[in-house]
Write a protein that binds this ligand. Structure first.
Ligand SMILES: [Zn+2]
Ligand SMILES: [Zn+2]
Length: 370
């Protein structure tokens, strides 16, 4: 045989590429993701699991990454930190899951052993935290490697709706922990949520565990505000005229709100929160900020307010899972669009033009593989 023939034979007898290759959404710098072939992930550590994705979603945070707000994300990274799937392989140290289990993937990876994990601050786990689709490859792919699987996966209850359950990956615990719990929402409170975006709406849903009396929803888009109304907002304020803060002050007879929750991550939305927080109130930041904001201490220094920031710890996920499974909370109402995973570029276009498309959560279904 000639060398060329030998090479050809070798290529033909090599194991089928299909078993090692998958498709994934890959980051290449500002606004240039691609749906490309990547090697399938393999087990690297004994605590790892390989999950075949069945449902994934796109998050506002992914758009922040594409805008360059999160410079830790480097060229070639597979994006995505929300998803549900089936375990294909587990490492020798995984004790709580088996091959074939259907699982919810948490956006935060937790080793459960380090000092931060031991104080329930999984977001800052020394061996995890928010790493998926950030500093390791994420869930907008056919397969994903999940480190510290025992601390980072949840069993998907049988007979559950994946569209509802996938909201437990990120936005439900984020809205609840960063917005509702950090804002210390109490029965009878007046609260304002700035941003009727999916995480703002998740905050709206979970704030109602505590029966606030007034829930102001502030946004630029009437369509999203109408959704907020159907989810329980008591007053809708379109902020397009720049008078949202004024309006809230009128509606509260000059007092302001007990809790102002920032769910967008811009200087303008953060400024609204500072203008409407009542004396003794709380500003709870959820938004991902890529730029500095002005802190008006000249107005706030004597107002007895609290200001919190937080990356979701996902410590409330087991509780939220029970509430969703009981159907008391129906986050599947956030899903406006469904795409096949292979059409993810179209899904990004839709999600990126959320106002025009009337998009809230965009769900991706991967029915291949298995
Ligand atoms: Zn997310
Ligand atoms: Zn840890």
């Amino acid at each position: 045989m000639t060398t060329a023939e030998l090479e050809r034979t070798a290529r033909h007898s090599a194991p089928s590429k299909a078993t090692n290759i998958m498709k994934a959404l890959v980051y290449h710098g500002l606004n240039k993701p691609g749906w490309e072939e990547k090697p399938r992930p393999v087990l690297r550590e004994p605590g790892d699991a390989i999950v075949r994705i069945t449902t994934s979603t796109i998050c506002g945070t992914d758009l922040h990454i594409l805008k360059g707000d999160l410079p830790a994300v480097t060229d070639g990274r597979i994006l995505g930190h929300e998803g549900i799937g089936v375990i294909e392989q587990i490492g020798t140290a995984v004790s709580e899951f088996s091959v074939g289990d259907r699982v919810i993937i948490s956006c935060v990876t937790a080793c459960l052993k380090c000092d931060f994990c031991k104080k329930s601050m999984y977001s800052h786990c020394r061996h995890g935290g928010w790493i998926l689709g950030n500093i390791i490859d994420g869930t907008q792919a056919e397969y994903v490697r999940i480190p510290h699987a025992d601390g980072s996966l949840y069993h998907l209850p049988p007979d559950s709706d994946e569209d509802a359950m996938v909201m437990l990956s990120d936005i439900l615990p984020t809205g609840f922990e960063c917005g509702v719990l950090n804002g210390r929402v109490k029965p009878g409170d007046a609260i304002a949520i700035v941003g009727a975006v999916p995480v703002g709406l998740a905050t709206l849903l979970t704030a109602q565990f505590y029966s606030p009396a007034l829930i102001f929803m502030i946004d630029l888009d009437d369509q999203r505000l109408a959704v907020a109304k159907s989810f329980g907002a008591t007053d809708l304020i379109n902020s397009a005229d720049g008078k949202a803060a004024e309006r809230v002050m009128q509606l509260t007879e000059g007092a302001g709100v007990d809790v102002a929750i920032e769910a967008v991550g811009t200087p303008a939305t953060f400024a609204i929160c500072q203008s409407i927080v009542a004396a003794g109130g709380h500003i709870a930041n959820i938004g991902v900020h890529g730029k500095p904001v002005e802190l008006h201490l000249e107005k706030l220094w004597d107002r007895n307010i609290g200001l919190t920031t937080r990356l979701v710890d996902t410590v409330t996920t087991p509780m939220l899972l029970k509430v969703v499974h009981s159907n008391k909370l129906q986050p599947n109402k956030l899903v406006t669009h469904r795409f096949a995973m292979k059409d993810i570029m179209k899904a990004y276009d839709t999600f990126g033009n959320a106002a025009q498309e009337g998009a809230l959560k965009v769900v991706l279904k991967n029915d291949q593989g298995g």
